[in-house]
Ligand binder design. Structure first.
Ligand SMILES: [Cu+2]
Length: 129
């Protein structure tokens, strides 16, 4: 029995290490950059054209592979194509807008987060006079 005891202790440590890697691994899987909130608010109606679309993500982004695009009801891109990550907060990306006529607009985002995972999504907002 004096020989078996260290083996059991080692086995317990390995089991613990395995459990820890499973827990930490699954936590990491939820760490991608997803949309946290945006201005204009997701699905909102705004009076007058907003000057820009600004999106807050759940994780910092890699600027070279992240983009934000705004299209009108016909699918034509209407933003100023100057999407950039906020130098003060790398989890924030924005793009400028010209004066938009009333209508429905859709925002497409496609980002690469610092953990090298790519995520994308869309949301819409409506401009009314
Ligand atoms: Cu990730």
């Amino acid at each position: 029995m004096a020989v078996a005891k260290p083996t059991i202790v080692l086995g317990a440590w390995l089991a613990l290490a395995f459990l820890a890697s499973v827990v930490l691994g699954s936590a990491g899987a939820f760490a991608h950059a997803f949309l946290d909130h945006a201005v204009p608010l997701v699905g909102s109606t705004v009076h007058g054209s907003p000057g820009e679309v600004k999106v807050w993500f759940t994780q910092e982004l890699e600027p070279a592979f992240s983009s934000l695009r705004v299209v009108d009801q016909n699918g034509a891109q209407v933003d100023r194509q100057n999407n950039a990550i906020d130098p003060g907060d790398r989890a924030v990306m924005k793009v400028s807008l010209p004066s938009l006529p009333p209508g429905k607009y859709k925002v497409f985002w496609h980002v690469l987060s610092v953990d090298t995972h790519t995520t994308e999504g869309t949301f819409s907002f409506e401009v009314v006079p």
